[in-house]
Design a protein around this ligand. Structure first.
Ligand code: 4AD
Ligand code: MG
Length: 480
């Protein structure tokens, strides 16, 4: 008896062998063909049942969503849809799914909008689309570790609960063990966080970078891959309150080496899924093609999903300074009729996503790395350039996504860093441990953060970031 996953059986040629599969019924046609899926692949296993010799009581319970155990004989299939099928000997119903109740859920066999599916995130993973996206996501995670491990990076876990705001953007979720209904108060009547668990105010981390830097200055090359949290109430298709970030940090790397690393890394992981997720990507490509057909001609993507992924792995990313980009944007319009919603007036302005997408999708038509941003629109820890007004920052912009990576060479000079912190009113006492890295054996070092969900968005061709994370945490999806 072969007990195997459907993914293996579909590629097997052990015909006439007895097999056992466990999975969920996707459809049951003509009282004869059961399509079973066990999550190992997008493809279902066709199981052909001899209904005349099967008890009516069992036939009635073979319903969409039911968990079943099927034993039978593996056969070459004559149908055009599949190459193997199972001639059923016995069906055991492991868990029923009442059709009347199924009808009220997104498991009912009709088309549901992605918005509707989001309301039932615990069930949507049983659909083809989400099964495919989540398998690709899992493979991408593996590829992330595999890239860094092969390249002698060490994986480091940085704190989730932290007292520092690495990005200085003030978008943090507070963590407290205090009874907020009856909190201890200071003399001024404010909540006294000194009496809290950690003896001070703490938050969920927005980035593990500062802690990763301390490790890079000992272990050389490190990376984090963990959850990060931002309390930005951005109701966009690119922002989540809880997302996963990959943050490599490398001692002795300058900004150019940082760009090389980011580009090489992205190419590796995209290539990995191209090679290891063929069936899921083929499904997602067809899904996207159908989606594109519903759009006006001039908004349709010129490339299929696989072409887009291959393009990224085969072509150099365009490297452009912020200053060059501003010149391009000042002299451009997104199309003949329209101006930018926020026209670029002058050097120093922060780029909006319409500008980023224009550069990538209309102007350069390839991934773009923008570098050397104005110091005053970037975080305190970035290395000041000799011009005194730009910093060694880099953002990688992707078609259909906008910013996928944010990174920089770090300010390694203690005095310059202290001046910067003073200017931004960042208390040295809060970051004494960070400043120690600049006191003891400081060196040039660089790193970046890649938003994992934005990568999954790009690779799967999905349009909304809520559809590439198992349980999206946004103001609209609070039930889980
Ligand atoms: O550009 P960000 O804010 O950079 C940092 O946090 C640095 N400390 C990283 C570093 O140098 N180690 O965030 C990095 C990336 C963005 O480019 C984006 O892909 C993603 O994280 N990101 C988000 N993804 C989903 N939802 C959000 N709210 C995100 N905010 C940032
Ligand atoms: Mg950024």
């Amino acid at each position: 008896m072969i007990k195997a996953k459907i993914a293996e059986l579909l590629n097997s040629n052990q015909f006439l062998q007895e097999v056992e599969v466990k999975g969920w019924v996707r459809s049951f046609r003509s009282n004869r063909f059961i399509a079973v899926n066990d999550g190992s692949t997008i493809n279902n296993l066709q199981c052909v049942i001899d209904f005349e010799n099967t008890k009516e009581e069992i036939l009635k319970r073979i319903t969409v969503g039911a968990a079943v155990k099927i034993t039978g004989t593996l056969k070459e299939s004559l149908g055009s849809q599949q190459s193997v099928e199972v001639e059923v000997k016995s069906v055991e119903i492991l868990g029923d799914a009442n059709p009347e109740e199924v009808k009220l859920t997104i498991l009912s066999p009709k088309r549901h909008s992605l918005e509707k599916l989001r309301e039932q995130a615990h069930l949507r993973v049983r659909t083809n689309t989400f099964g495919a996206v989540m398998r690709v996501r899992s493979k991408l995670s593996f590829a992330v570790h595999s890239y860094f491990q092969q390249n002698n990076f060490h994986y480091v876990n940085t704190p989730i609960i932290t007292g520092s705001d690495a990005e200085g953007a003030g978008e943090m979720f507070k963590v407290t063990a205090l009874d907020l209904k009856n909190p201890p108060k200071t003399e001024d009547g404010e909540i006294d966080f000194k009496k809290d668990f950690f003896g001070k105010e703490t938050n969920l981390t927005v980035s593990g970078q500062l802690e990763a830097e301390t490790f890079a200055l000992a272990l050389g090359q490190v990376y984090t891959f963990g959850p990060t949290f931002r309390a930005e109430n951005s109701n966009t298709s690119r922002h989540l309150a809880e997302f996963w970030m990959i943050e490599p940090e490398v001692a002795f790397n300058d900004l150019d080496a940082n760009m090389d690393l980011a580009e090489d890394f992205i190419k590796y992981v995209v290539n990995y899924v191209l090679e290891n997720c063929k069936d899921d990507l083929a499904f997602l490509e067809t899904r996207l093609e159908n989606e594109e057909k519903t759009k006006p001609m001039d908004e349709r993507s010129e490339m299929s999903l696989l072409k887009k992924l291959e393009f990224v792995t085969e072509n150099n990313f365009k490297r452009v300074s912020y200053t060059e980009a501003i010149d391009i944007l000042k002299n451009s319009k997104p199309n003949k009729k329209k101006k930018f919603q926020y026209p670029i007036e002058e050097w120093g302005a922060d780029l909006q996503s319409e500008h980023e997408r224009f550069l990538v999708e209309k102007h350069f038509k390839c991934p773009v790395i923008l570098f050397d941003y104005p110091a005053n629109i970037k975080a305190f820890y970035m290395r000041l350039n000799e011009d005194g007004k730009t910093v060694r920052a880099m953002d990688i912009l992707f078609p259909g996504i906008g910013e996928i990576v944010g990174g920089s060479q770090r300010e390694e000079r203690l005095d310059v860093l202290q001046d910067k912190m003073k200017a931004l009113d960042i208390d040295e006492k809060e970051l004494w441990w960070y400043l120690d890295t600049r006191r003891f054996g400081t060196c040039v070092h660089s790193g970046f953060g890649l938003g994992f969900e934005r990568l999954v968005l790009f690779v799967t061709g999905m349009a909304n970031i809520r559809d590439v994370i198992p349980f999206p945490r946004t103001p609209q999806n609070a039930e889980f």
